[in-house]
Design a protein around this ligand. Structure first.
Ligand SMILES: [Zn+2]
Length: 261
């Protein structure tokens, strides 16, 4: 199965060559709008490669349901997101690397789910992120610090008062691209985890100084990705691909995920 890499941080195009040759480009039509273009890269002799989707939170962003639906449609089981984040914790600064281990949903959309009718989306958020992918990240990027993630939706920056409030809640990093994607992935029984690169300070601090730290850290992450993907156990040991078993057994969901709603 190919993996999906969601890139919510700018990267120089040539830097993606370390993920292999470009073998395919396509857009995926979904009931929630088109997704893509996605680019597939494969290293020689290493199938099935990785789909890469550039991704940025904005008012015109891709519907998160479309993103996750497209991943399922492409036969992906594992989604790894790399995101530029705001360091809320005062000891996080530009170029620091983090791995979200839990999250707070501060998005203000109407509840987003694939299951408006059935309620099958009431899925435990423990663990919040895929254990298999998270373990592989920790193995190959040991300096990635575990953090509580604040999922916001922009398009503005947080205020200083909000930055202080988020920290009182226990949040250490803020971003726009992992929520609701992480729980939508659970609904469709996909694995989802992320690596964060701190690109700015929270609004209650002086702006972060320095040049090049984020670019260097991004390169470090991209260089580690082939090893991270190669470490993932096959078949998965995380259980993410069985989260709807009880709904299926109760007859709430059919075996064909395309009919789920
Ligand atoms: Zn998983």
């Amino acid at each position: 199965m190919p993996h999906l890499l969601i890139l919510a941080i700018p990267v120089p195009p040539r830097s993606l060559e370390m993920l292999g040759e470009l073998t395919e480009e396509r857009e995926v039509a979904t009931p929630f709008g088109p997704v893509g273009p996605l680019a597939r890269r494969q290293r020689s002799g290493q199938n099935p490669g990785v789909w890469i989707l550039p991704y940025f939170g904005s008012p015109t962003r891709t519907d998160p349901r479309a993103t996750i639906w497209a991943a399922k449609d492409l036969g992906v089981q594992r989604i790894l997101a790399v995101e530029g984040m705001v360091g809320l914790a005062h000891d996080l600064t530009r170029g620091d690397m983090v791995i979200p281990v839990d999250y707070i949903d501060w998005t203000k959309h109407q509840p987003t789910t694939f299951f408006q009718q059935t309620g099958a989306g009431y899925i435990s958020q423990k663990p919040p992120f895929c254990p298999d992918i998270s373990a592989a990240i920790r193995q190959h990027l040991p300096r990635a610090r575990p953090v509580i993630y604040l999922g916001d939706e922009g398009p503005r920056h947080e205020t200083a008062a909000e930055a202080r409030m988020f920290q009182q809640w226990g949040a250490q990093a803020r971003g726009l691209n992992l929520v609701p994607e992480t729980y939508l992935a659970k609904e469709l029984e996909l694995c989802f985890a992320a690596i964060g690169l701190i690109a700015a300070h929270g609004a209650d601090r002086e702006p972060a100084r320095g040049e090049g730290e984020v670019r260097r850290a991004t390169r470090e992450v991209l260089e580690a990705l082939p090893a991270i993907f190669a470490t993932l156990p096959d078949p998965p040991t995380c259980g993410c691909n069985h989260l709807q078993d009880s709904a299926r057994q109760r007859g709430v969901l059919s075996n064909d995920w395309r009919t789920w709603k």
